[in-house]
Write a protein that binds this ligand. Structure first.
Ligand SMILES: Cc1cc2nc3c(=O)[nH]c(=O)nc-3n(C[C@H](O)[C@H](O)[C@H](O)COP(=O)(O)O)c2cc1C
Length: 328
């Protein structure tokens, strides 16, 4: 077989090991990798769909998009450029992408982004008083726009903060949402779900931005951090329409933004709770974005506080759980 278009099995395994470090909603890792003779294929694993958190399956597709961008970066750093066919099979909606590969020397930038993969963490704590330099925001914007997604930095966070609170209130009285959250968080030593050690008690910024309230939070605030001096920026990724391709692309863009942020030394945290509830999502679109686009995912970025300890990595399932030959 001519293998100039296909990496060897060890290289593929390395790339997939990096791809599964991608962020995913509640750390569900809702993806499968199927390896063909001439392609690497990403499938959505809908058995891991969170029905009550993510009724539209937006977060599931965003998560698959993040994994797709992670694998592209990992392969690029290993010397393989991907040509991506998104949703290549109209008869199989779970077939998210087929990657054809071509040998190419990695760029320094691709290596820096791949090196950021194991270092990135969802950091839900307060950030420091240091502002994010405009040229860094411009770099993040370029990363998102290269993925075909519109990037905005919220000038005022107050209405978005109100809508987060509304979504949190609606979720507080939603027993099915709470049951799902309790199943998928508050964990210790589990290879999936959100561990207690990564979730702080509700830390609300002076602007009123709060992280999701996971079950059994156990991450103590770093000494000296407080809401008033948290200078995080909120980035919103938007698309013109709300089809599945837009959601996938937004997931890729969110990964591009978070890896770029990590490479620049910034902390980051996705925020999707207000976009999971129809009423608050529509209000974000109308009141925050003035109907200029469909909100897909928000990301908070800033400098971790100097007293904040590095966060432990959130575990993942074993890579062999995800890899199968195509057609098996
Ligand atoms: C689509 C999507 C939505 C997410 N929404 C939130 C959120 O609303 N609040 C939050 O604290 N984390 C959110 N996360 C972060 C995940 O909980 C996190 O990626 C996962 O627990 C794995 O941890 P890690 O990112 O540190 O590797 C989201 C991630 C993705 C991909």
């Amino acid at each position: 077989m001519d293998n100039s278009h296909m990496p060897d099995a060890d290289t593929i395994r390395t790339a997939v090991s990096l791809a599964v470090r991608a962020p995913s909603v509640h750390n569900t890792q809702p993806w499968l990798w199927r390896i063909g003779d001439e392609s690497i294929n990403l499938y959505a694993d809908r058995s891991l769909h969170l029905r009550h958190t993510d009724p539209d399956q937006r977060d599931l597709m965003l998560s698959c998009g993040a994994a797709l961008h992670h694998v592209r970066i990992a392969l690029a750093a290993l010397g393989w450029r991907s040509v991506v066919h998104r949703f290549p099979n109209p008869a199989d909606k779970d077939h998210v992408a087929a990657l054809e590969l071509h040998r190419r020397q990695p760029t320094q930038h691709e290596i820096a982004l791949a090196a950021a993969i194991p270092r990135r963490r969802t950091d839900r704590r307060h950030y420091s008083a240091w502002p994010v330099p405009p040229e860094y925001l411009a770099r993040l914007g370029e990363a998102a726009e290269n993925e075909g997604v519109v990037f905005r930095v919220l000038e005022s966070q107050s209405r978005f903060a109100e809508l987060i609170r509304e979504a949190v209130d609606l979720h507080t009285t939603d027993a099915a949402y709470q049951a799902e959250l309790a199943t998928w968080s508050g964990r210790h030593g589990s290879p999936e779900g959100v561990p207690s050690q990564n979730t702080p008690l509700a830390e609300v910024t002076a602007e009123g931005i709060s992280a999701r309230r996971f079950a059994w939070p156990a991450l103590s605030p770093a000494p000296g951090t407080d809401a008033a001096s948290d200078e995080a920026e909120i980035i919103m990724l938007t698309t013109a329409s709300d089809d599945v391709l837009s959601r996938l692309r937004s997931g890729e863009a969110s990964s591009a933004v978070m890896l770029e942020a990590t490479a620049l030394g910034l902390a980051s945290c996705p925020i999707t709770e207000p976009l999971e509830v129809r009423a608050t999502r529509e209000a974000v679109q109308n009141d925050v974005l003035h109907d200029t686009g469909v909100p897909q995912i928000a990301v908070r970025v800033g400098w971790a506080h100097i007293n904040a300890d590095p966060l432990p990595p959130t575990p993942r399932r074993a890579v062999d759980d995800f890899i199968r030959p195509l057609g098996a």
